[in-house]
Design a protein around this ligand. Structure first.
Ligand code: NOJ
Length: 703
């Protein structure tokens, strides 16, 4: 019997009340008497899942207690509840658990999707040890506005990167075959990253043209990787809250993207329909959401009204059956009916720390390296300063619920461990610093300036930190800025004064060690920007895959003075998408394509493009080879560049490697504003190079 048949059989034996129970997520915060009342609710069959938001043990109990309490709740569900259906235990395991990995935006910078998958598989193991069988990740909101606090959680500004991250995270957490290890949740569907002005929870205006060509791509990839659940977003799009939109939740998500699991609401999203002014009351909100295609309510506020709505004929039993079936199928796919309890009790901490250090290292983006001041000599006399020299918590970034600060080495301590002549200074005085030519200044932003409901209006590096740099410059020092942040910061004020910029992000537990690895050359930087770094906040939104304009003011790619975008600022970003330096040099040559003219049928079978990349410098190093396309003439304006392939590979000193890509109709076509996917005849430029500014190209023709 297959999963669908088994689910139907289980459903056939359930009462309506039992089915309705499955559609709720329980939360300990809903109950005055805490865990006892939660157990009572589980025993009564009130929920299909429980969110472990902080801890379910009063006082944020230790891990053994958490694991035990989850097991006890599961025991009650499978032995004492009316339907005996096992529970899902969901938690925000976003970028690590005990071992915290870099923030998701930083992980994207690694462009090492295999390593991301490995890291998430290890994170999943850690979470399973605590009894968690459902995580609310990956977050797949494409974002073009770094003012938005949740930019830390997203894959960046590019849909292609989003598709790769989606697959890596889903497969890392779930595995690739049934029974899946745990359930992942692709969120926040859809358009949350486009919240106007970077204001969290705000409205989004997204045309269907942009929706399908940009925003849904990562969700499609998650669906293709069999993601078991999707969480809807808080925002409205073009006047429709996603929570009550059949168009977004059913027609597009299921009809077009092929998603087959269940949709859970984001916290409070159902009752917030009343505040958004589309539902009269909580009961009305419940009907709107369920009828639109939302299957489970987080926090169980509105869905208890469903019974009444059925009696009134506003919700059908079939609709309830559909939602309950999806939830039961998910539990079957996880093998919970056979093994309701966690199968994991230990994990290999050292291995996970090692993976995390690798990933943190590969996420570091070297933005500037004047006169090859880096890497530093371990014996050099260097001065250390800056407000983030000894921070631990900030390095982890936000959305980390289970971290252990004992695993964290500060950036300052990590540097001092390998460079015995490094000395710290807090006051930056000529006299104190007279014997030091080079200063490493550790700058950045605190972990709680990013995250949910933590947006900002100005992404500039803080005034106080800029002042420190001005002082060091006046003192004639060579300055290496190490920056730990959760978003792109606008660095114009210090960029010219510093000799090097090493962007280490909120790189997780291993940020400090990874920063030292890069500073002293044990690791050659190989991170590339997954999001544009503007010069100033006022350039936002600024993103690489922008369309051309009639007056050639394609601000991203040229500072043309006649058609400038701004009177008070250059048009180009400070650092473009895909950008990042290395300690070696890479040379691109011999770009080829298998055919310069081809028919649609030939394209369907794939046309090949290749390039030779040589390491002409003096270090073995990893390069991220990037393939972009441009459709030169189409029925609708098309982006000046669109990323369609990346390959990260290690190239030894003096060696040359030929890198191969394949393009098909899936790469060269696009969705019209009416939702039709078309591939149009004409010329396309194919670029292969080091970043989005590459001009290394061949023009091909589809006829
Ligand atoms: C609200 C957030 O938007 C979402 O990302 C998270 O998973 C839920 N709360 C649960 O904590």
């Amino acid at each position: 019997m297959n999963i669908k048949e088994r689910a139907r059989e289980i459903l056939a034996g359930m009462t309506l009340e039992e089915k309705l129970g499955q559609l709720n997520m329980l939360y300990i915060g809903m109950y005055d008497n805490g865990i006892d009342e939660l157990k009572k609710a589980v025993r009564a069959g009130d929920g299909g899942s429980v969110i472990i938001a902080g801890s379910i043990v009063p006082g944020d109990g230790d891990d053994t207690e958490l694991h035990k309490e989850i097991a006890e709740l599961q025991r009650i569900a499978v032995e004492e509840s009316p339907s005996k259906i096992p529970l899902l235990f969901g938690r925000d395991v976003i970028h690590g658990h005990k071992v915290v990995n870099p923030i998701p935006l930083a992980m994207s910078a690694s462009f090492n999707f295999d390593l991301i998958k490995e890291a998430y598989a290890e994170t999943g193991e850690e979470a399973m040890c605590d009894g968690i069988n459902w995580t609310f990740a990956p977050m797949l909101d494409m974002a073009r506005d770094p003012r938005w606090g949740r930019v830390i959680e997203c894959p960046g500004e590019d849909p292609y990167v989003g598709t790769k991250v989606a697959k890596a995270v889903v497969e890392g957490f779930q595995g690739t075959e049934m029974p899946y290890k745990m359930a992942a949740c692709a969120k926040h569907y859809i358009g949350y990253g486009a919240s106007e002005g970077g204001r969290d929870y705000h409205r989004a205006e997204i045309s269907d043209y942009s929706l399908r060509n940009y925003y849904t791509k990562a969700f499609k990839s998650a669906a293709d990787a069999n993601v078991l659940t999707v969480m809807n977003s808080f925002n409205e799009i073009n006047g429709q809250p996603t929570t009550s939109s059949k168009y977004y939740l059913t027609d597009i998500l299921r009809g077009e993207l092929g998603f087959d699991g269940f949709v859970v609401s984001d916290a409070g999203a159902v009752h917030q329909l009343t505040r958004q002014g589309v539902a009269k009351d909580y009961k009305d909100a419940a009907g709107l959401a369920l009828n639109a295609g939302l299957d489970m309510e987080m926090n169980r506020l509105c869905f208890p009204n469903l019974r009444e709505l059925i009696d009134e004929g506003k919700v059908t039993v079939e609709t309830v059956d559909t939602a309950a079936l999806r939830i039961i199928e998910t539990k079957l796919k996880l093998g919970l009916f056979e093994n309701p309890y966690s199968q994991h009790s230990t994990f290999d901490l050292n291995k996970h720390l090692e993976t995390s250090r690798k990933l943190a290292g590969e996420s570091v983006v070297l933005l500037k390296n004047k006169d090859n001041i880096l890497p530093l000599d371990k014996e050099a006399k260097i001065a250390l300063t800056g407000p983030f020299l000894h921070t631990k918590r900030d390095l982890l970034g936000c959305w980390t619920l289970d971290f252990d600060l004992d695993y964290v080495t500060t950036i300052g301590d990590a540097i001092k461990a390998v460079a015995p002549n490094a000395t710290e200074f807090t006051a930056l005085r000529q006299y104190d610093l007279k014997n030091y030519d080079t200063v490493v200044a550790v700058l950045g932003e605190a972990f709680d300036i990013t995250g949910e409901a933590h947006s900002v209006t100005d992404i500039s590096i803080s005034k106080a930190q800029a002042e420190e740099i001005h002082t060091l410059k006046r003192l004639g020092k060579k300055i290496i800025a190490v920056i730990s942040a959760g978003r792109p910061l606008a660095l114009s004020e210090i960029e010219e004064e510093v000799d090097a910029i090493v962007y280490v992000w909120h790189g997780g537990t291993q940020t400090g060690l990874a920063a030292a690895d890069v500073l002293f050359g044990d690791v050659c930087p190989s991170g590339r920007l997954p999001i544009t770094f503007p010069r100033v906040t006022g350039q936002i939104p600024i993103f690489y895959n922008c369309p051309p304009s009639g007056r050639l003011c394609n601000g991203y790619y040229s500072d043309d003075l006649q058609w400038t975008n701004y009177e008070d600022c250059l048009s180009t970003p400070l650092y473009p998408f895909g950008y990042g330096l290395s300690y070696t040099e890479f040379e691109y040559s011999d770009m080829t394509v298998s055919k310069e003219k081809f028919t649609l049928d030939e394209l369907k079978n794939g046309i090949k493009a290749s390039v030779t990349v040589s390491n002409t410098g003096n270090r073995d190093a990893k390069e991220v080879v990037q393939l972009y396309i441009r459709d030169l003439k189409a029925s609708y304006t098309r982006p000046l560049k669109e990323l369609k392939g990346t390959e990260k590979l290690l190239i030894e000193i003096g060696k040359a490697v030929t890198v191969h890509f394949e393009l098909t109709d899936k790469d060269l076509g696009y969705f019209t504003p009416h939702g039709e996917y078309i591939v149009e005849e004409g010329e396309f430029e194919i670029f292969i190079g080091h970043d989005s500014y590459t001009e290394n190209k061949i023009t091909v023709e589809l006829f």
